[in-house]
Design a binder for this molecule. Structure first.
Ligand code: ZN
Ligand code: ZN
Length: 392
């Protein structure tokens, strides 16, 4: 079966590159993936796969039935949205949409999803179980998975697979991670309220700028002194604003930031821990505050059994030298984790690094990929799916 999947991969490669370039030239922002969705549904229908649009707002699902009479599904999730970035590559198929770019490789993900569907639909011997392809919108704003789940895409799904491109892994290779892959990411908004006054008479005022700076410093120090160093927490205040004149003490400062953590127990305790620090600093210096702590997405925890299965499939399909076992997780976030609240799953990294060319990071206006990675992704996913239904 592996030889057949590889042969189909080679045959489909030119068509898949065409599809990828079309999607790359026509990027759409999160929640606005109308044309991409229609295009994806069109390709699925052409391959004889039942496609439904308007799932999770602008998402699409494709359903491929196996031979089983039971309603048992394996899901394969890819995402379709682009970023508000002006593309600065010199590719002939660069973005035609001003200020919008596929700089996170979701064009590759969507194409890999379609290619996997094409291969699995063309196998002479049917899969025993069913496969649901989730083409998710709005991953970049961490909303799409929620929308898809609310529309029932996880119904009867017993396992889910996903992938994300990675420029530091060479094209043709994949990265497998056992355990935690990405971090939980929450958002923080804080308003510190003091009392205005003359810049020369601080004792008659409550200086919100100085108190805000104390809060930032205390939080950073407290991470290193009160959090378990083996369970990392990263807190970044990315925005701060307040004050109106150089000689007027500010009465109001607004801060916002992101809070990343890997361990579920740490994640659970973070809001109360942060509030305690904010409250104690404010109380010490007489300020008031408003803290809005927003839970974002949990971390991606790869399921041990499915990761093992994926690793074995990748080793057989690609060879030992093309399979990296990733020693560390990332503190990036990924809303694939939302699906994992409904079924076990695993997400791998698809190498897209180019040879003899600079590799720009994800979300960079010059981000480019090695397109041969599409076939690597398709063969890995198709074979892992085959193996899943053979073994389960
Ligand atoms: Zn991204
Ligand atoms: Zn991404």
């Amino acid at each position: 079966m592996l030889a057949r999947i590889q042969e189909l991969g080679v045959t489909l490669a030119p068509r898949l590159i065409e599809i990828r370039r079309h999607i790359h030239s026509h990027p759409e922002l999160s929640g606005q993936e109308h044309q991409t969705a229609a295009y994806v549904a069109g390709v699925l229908a052409f391959c004889g796969i039942r496609a439904t649009e308007g799932v999770g707002k602008t998402g699409v699902i494709g359903e491929l039935k196996g031979s089983s009479n039971e309603s048992r599904w394996l899901a394969i999730r890819t995402d379709m949205d682009a970023l508000p970035i002006q593309e600065r590559t010199n590719l002939e198929f660069a973005s035609k949409n001003q200020g919008v770019m596929h700089a996170c490789g979701h064009d590759i993900h969507t194409t890999v999803g379609l290619g996997t569907a094409m291969i699995l639909s063309q196998l002479e011997e049917k899969l025993s179980g069913h496969v649901r392809f989730l083409f998710q919108p709005a991953e970049e704003i961490a909303q799409g998975a929620r929308w898809m789940i609310a529309d029932g895409v996880m119904k009867d799904v017993e396992a889910i697979l996903g992938l994300h491109v990675f420029p530091t892994i060479p094209g043709g290779s994949v990265g497998i991670r056992h355990g935690a892959l990405t971090a939980a990411a929450d958002d923080l908004e804080l308003i510190v309220m003091g009392e205005s006054g003359h810049g020369a008479r601080p004792h008659e005022a409550i200086d919100a700028i100085w108190i805000a700076s104390q809060i930032i410093t205390t939080l950073q120090q407290a991470i290193s002194r009160t959090q378990n160093p083996l369970r990392p927490v990263v807190l970044t205040i990315g925005q701060i604003s307040g004050g109106r004149a150089s000689n007027v003490i500010a009465d109001r400062v607004k801060l916002s930031g992101t809070v990343r953590s890997l361990h579920p127990e740490t994640h659970e305790k973070l809001p109360a821990w942060i509030e305690q620090i904010v409250a104690s600093v404010c109380q010490t210096y007489g300020a008031k505050y408003e803290l809005n702590y927003k839970r974002g997405v949990p971390g991606v925890q790869n399921d041990p059994k499915l990761t093992q299965l994926l690793e074995a499939a990748a080793l057989e399909a690609l060879g030992r030298s093309q399979v990296q076992i990733l020693p560390e997780p990332s503190l990036g976030a990924e809303d694939f984790s939302m699906y994992l609240e409904h079924a076990p799953g695993t997400m791998f990294r698809l190498g897209v690094g180019l040879k003899d060319q600079p590799n720009y990071p994800l979300h960079h206006p010059q981000f480019e990929v090695d397109e041969s990675a599409i076939i690597t992704g398709v063969v890995t996913l198709a074979y892992a799916t085959w193996q899943y239904w053979k073994q389960n």
